[in-house]
Design a protein. Sequence first.
Length: 95
Amino acid sequence: MATTTSKKINDFTDGFGDAAERYRAVNEKLLETGKKTASAALDGYEKTIASYVDFRQQLAEATQLDWVTTVVKAQNDFLTEVNAAYVSAARDVLK
């Protein structure tokens, strides 16, 4: 009887090992998928900001006022630098 009980306990604990391995595999897949999704979102964000900056510059140049173009260019430069730092930091976290 003791052997039967030992066998049942071993079978039960082996089941935990199998479940833990499956759980680990699923977690790794989720982590990989999450990183790919976040990277794609960052790519989209980067492109959106670049389009926004280009649009603002075109709009400023359309006014044909030098001071407006200069102010908007300074703002765009600042926005581009802050955005580059943000995206770089986010990509570092994803590594």
